[in-house]
Design a protein around this ligand. Sequence first.
Ligand code: GLN
Length: 610
Amino acid sequence: MPHTPPDNPQDILTEAGQKTHDSEFFNPVPPGYKQGRHKYVVVLGTVMSGLGKGIFSSSLAKLLKDKGLTVAPIKMEGYLNIDSGTLNPYRHGEVFVLDDGLETDMDLGTYERMLDQNLTRDNYVTSGQVFRRVLDKERHGGYLGRDVQMIPHVTGEVKYMLRELAVKQNADVVFVEVGGTVGDYENGFYIEALRQLAFEEGENSVCFVALTYVIEPPALGEQKSKAAQLGLKKLMEAGVQPHLVACRAHSEVLAPAMEKIAMFSNVPMRRVFSMHDRQSIYTIPEDLRNAGLDREVLSLLDMHSRVNQAHEDTAREQWRSFVRKLTGDRKHKIRIGITGKYASLRDAYASIDKAIEHCGSHLSADVDVEWIDTTKIEPTHVDRVLKHLDGVIVPGGFGQRGTESKIACVRYCRENDLPYLGICLGFQMAVIEYARNVCNIDDASSSEFDANTKHAVIDILPEQKQIEGLGGSMRLGGQDVQLKANSLAAFLYRERSQGDDGKLGYTVRERFRHRYEVDPSYIEQLEAAGLVFSGRHPKQPIMQILELPPSKHPYFIGAQFHPELTGRPLRPQPMFMGLVAAAIRHASPNLTAEQITTRWLPKADLQPAS
Ligand code: GLN
């Protein structure tokens, strides 16, 4: 059948990817896709990376979500790794684990927190994944005898993935964040795919935002926009005319720099925004709203009619009340120490940092975080770095370095009534410490750092892995945790319960990323000596939370999971709230529980069910 190429490339979208002719248009479209129903905001970085594309994009997505729209963010990474699991947090920031188990980067954490929305593996793409899909398709004869090319096939796959996300998550707006900077060799095909997407979807469908950087050399004391102009030019060379420009800078970007940027990028001044450094990223949505960003985006995407005003009013009021607490004066001042191998790099613990920030705001505490590098202190000297603190966190980690000092830190906290929160490795350290110093199992250790130990209280349990079908790999993602009735954990989590199982207590869901766990054969001995395993896997003998009862210690708790990954600004994470509340009491022992918070401070007679 002779084929007439469509005059309008958009016509092809109705053919649901069924094209077999030799047209140069290649627009595979997933079933159920309705053109015009789904809109796109694309955020691209110029000048340099690390400017906070994710922060801008998530702030804008939040503004639209508040209006009752469904938003689906997606991060597109240039690197070839299939996921972030093997990346060094020193170089890339923390590995953020999604509920479905995908290991992603810290930007996904920013989206989840800002939007209070769980994301899935569809919200994260690397070029490795794109190429793998294309190559798999090619092996299965998916390209009908054609040579497979970067354009149109790889770019076509990118467009397909975006549209698939739009359909799966029923998105009004898909927020696309491209990693790296315009001009990077590795993300060029993403930008080309997005340019094509805008062409195919038609007017008012795709809004391009260029995030750029305005330099302020201290020697000049003046804002210079040349680098920004060059960056924007580079974007236009790639065939993309930005609709909006967001200018990152240290201090508020002033009219002269903004005007030059507007002038050289064809973007009117009302669509050029200053995104200068803030005390907290959580103030950004409201500031950008006041600058008119949401209104401009709605106009560009022709979406004013989809706004739910009542929804926005409520959501906005809740957020503003949180931000008022965040930026207002605090009643309390506390110091929390965090031990960690990557102590010199805050990004490696981004979610912990944020979880603490949320709690500080809700409990009116100014939290001073001290990072403690345990590889640099002797186990016998930990008191020197801990004695002025009000609380300690031993976070997740891998490998042996610094672990003896971490165990010494746990001991110090336990013996000196210093509030303690152990996370993953920090949970395991607490088990080892208890086994050694309370149960007198002298050489108790983890087989992760001592393969020959006689007492691997923390071990890899192959039977367990077989049951869960994990093989040698890590236990990743969301799992249910059954909480013991009347335990400290059950007290803290009482508003997050997923349903009550009567005497057994209730279950909550948290995210895991570990290989080792408590060897069940030691549980009886540890519990007989007073340690309580208050959170367990509902069916397997996997210990997921430990604690000391409030009668024995003001706050001593540990989780095999990563509680920081589920902390949200308006729904702060319970174990962190408990820690901050206990730290306030530690800092000001004369305050009563009522003066701090009875919600997060358990009564001393709380007794877990046996
Ligand atoms: N290294 C430990 C394990 O693999 C802890 C992991 C972690 O802290 N994320 O079990």
